[in-house]
Design a protein around this ligand. Structure first.
Ligand code: GLN
Length: 202
């Protein structure tokens, strides 16, 4: 099988760390800033950062619909932290100017922004993840919580009874930052998901 090419949305936030991790795992990685950058990709990571800023930049760069279309064509997408917020169909705790029309709204989850408190309340915790034998060291930074999930969504990890990792088909959302720890297992999981994906060839 040919090695897939992965994209990392590189408008703002922790995209370099994702890029490095994927490259360490042998993937070819492209930074995505414009719709044309999506061509030839099988998967896309939307990093953590500030979801309001990222949503505004995605609007300015006319990226929202092309990313939705990429998913429709069969592309896999993983949103981490702010990226998970951008994937969610329902965003709670957003300022009024940050409406649903400004996000990707692809995944059947409801998220609440900054649910674990402010920057000073950032923490790392060993997380039990479905499919991983040992706990994953999860870094939470002003993280959202996934408050509810739709029928087609599989919950992969919870912290104190709250959902922090979920999957729906070829979409994955994590509240935490797997790129900020040396542990590669969640990026490997995403690569598996990408490899399951069959892109429509136009
Ligand atoms: N609190 C940020 C937001 O709401 C997300 C933080 C992060 O990605 N680390 O967009």
């Amino acid at each position: 099988m040919t090695q897939p090419t992965l994209g990392v949305l590189a408008l703002q936030g922790a995209f370099r760390e994702h890029r490095q991790r994927l490259e360490t795992l042998g993937a070819t990685v492209k930074e995505v800033r414009l719709p044309a950058d999506l061509h030839g990709l099988s998967g896309l990571i939307i990093p953590g950062g500030e979801s309001t800023t990222m949503a505004r930049l995605m609007t300015d760069y006319a990226l929202l619909q092309p990313v939705r279309d990429f998913h429709t064509r069969g592309g896999a997408i993983w949103g981490t932290c702010a990226g998970a917020i951008l994937l969610a169909r329902d965003i709670q705790g957003a300022p009024p100017q940050f409406g649903v029309q400004d996000s990707l709204s692809l995944m059947d989850i409801q998220v609440r922004r900054n649910a674990f408190g402010r920057q000073v309340d950032s923490f790392t915790t060993p997380l039990k993840v479905t499919g991983l034998e040992q706990p994953f060291p999860a870094v939470f930074i002003r993280a959202p919580v996934i408050e509810s999930v739709g029928e087609g969504v599989e919950v992969l990890a919870q912290h104190n009874g709250q959902v922090v990792l979920a999957r729906q088909g070829r979409l994955m959302a994590s509240s935490f930052h797997p790129e900020l720890t040396p542990d590669p297992r969640l990026h490997e999981l995403f690569l598996d998901l990408v490899n399951e994906t069959v892109l429509e060839t136009a």
